[in-house]
Design a protein around this ligand. Sequence first.
Ligand code: ATP
Ligand code: MG
Length: 308
Amino acid sequence: MIEVSHLSKHYGDFVAVNDLSFRLVPGDILGFLGPNGAGKSTTMKMLTGFLRPTSGDISIWGSDVWTDTLAAQSHIGYLPEGAPAYEEMTPLGFLNFIAEARGLSGPDRDDAVSKASATMSLESVLNQKIETLSKGFKRRVGMAQAILHDPDVLILDEPTDGLDPNQKHEVREMIKGLSKEKIVIVSTHILEEVTAVCNRVMVLAGGAIVSDGAPEDLLTLSRHHGAVTLELIEITEELTSAFQSLDGVDEVEREDNRLTLMPVSDVTDLFSRVMSFIREKDVTVTAAFVEQGRLDDVFRTLTEGDAQ
Ligand SMILES: Nc1ncnc2c1ncn2[C@@H]1O[C@H](COP(=O)(O)OP(=O)(O)OP(=O)(O)O)[C@@H](O)[C@H]1O
Ligand SMILES: [Mg+2]
């Protein structure tokens, strides 16, 4: 379990993290979202014991991160921002070194290294110096060291940044496939990643929590939540204004060959109203669906003006 209580970090007069409190239990996969400078990496550095908070407490599986650091850290796997590694080492040498630092030796060490290397598809580069690896492979080495000791808590700062689509998919599947006894905290700028892997999402802006809940709940804040989007072969001015005057439609947005009809706030049956209209007017529609909401809308609304 992770308990964070009134966590703050100040740099002089500047408040990078402002009074965060939250609690995570096994099975939680928390996504940290927020614009550049929101305080995501700073929070992660404090959670992992790398940065001393100005105030507040963090407990990981019952150990205080600042007074009982090693005990707390033994539960944590951490991929820092940018996945730093010892560039002159090979991935194999680096992973062996980390495994030993984690207290593994002999066959246990070898097993842990080969398992983590296989998970991150590192076999082909194990003996090549890290400094000569591509950005994506360096990131994979960072991921491999984070999962090496099968930690209870994984803290991953932008794990999929710079990975190719196949590896992005692999990393997401790996996170989703983790046992329900683990806790994962992952920061990302890829909004779809949050709905793809997380069961809880926290939006930070200016160092503070501006939203905290399930991804589905966040989507209900979108102005597109419950909107009906139609794909049409031809969109005329006349058709657009006919949809605009349809009972229950608040606003119509056009994007290429799509029209999105936003419902008036208390209307819940917009889809069937639109379908009846289409049949009645014999409009040719190639696709029609109800929108769950768009995370980019919500993100902008919650964080606008907060990028540093
Ligand atoms: N050592 C430092 N001294 C002064 N300010 C700092 C220091 N470290 C971080 N900051 C500031 O704290 C704020 C939060 O930074 P942080 O790296 O946590 O943001 P982030 O949410 O991870 O952003 P990004 O999405 O760009 O990674 C930023 O304004 C940053 O400039
Ligand atoms: Mg960051």
